[in-house]
Design a protein. Sequence first.
Length: 175
Amino acid sequence: MEKIKIGILTVSDRASQGIYEDLSGQEIRKVIDQYTNNRCDFVYLIIPDEEALILEKLINLSDVEHCSLIFTTGGTGPAFRDVTPEATEKACQKMLPGFGELMRTESLKQVPTAILSRQTAGIRNQTLIVNLPGKPSAIEPCLKAIFPAIPYCVDLLEGPFMICNPETIQIFRPK
């Protein structure tokens, strides 16, 4: 079974300063560990809401670390310092807006303010980059909604073959 390298990039001024613990990044790892049977090698970073730094880290995780997947958390709202989607768009050659659309649809079942979220996803070379919300309780519902398409997307990018746990997530690969 192939190993998969996954970047987790938490974008938060306060978490990067140690003001509070990064629960969202930890939640991403926990959910991915439940979903996949592959051995995962996680590269985990916490940085402030600085567009140039986010862009630099996304490029490094893709081009130097060779992550097949990168999940960001935080910086997707309407506030002035929320710039994760802008950095993601600059890092990617192709955007996949369906990921953000589905995450917002799922989140709207919980809170009406989900419409303010600007999550997106895109492809940089052979890496799928997905912006997740910054709220820890929103991570699992959003991943549950989008993850069924992720292994096939990684296949199309010629990444490692992901084998998922059918007891925790049902993925889809066309025949």
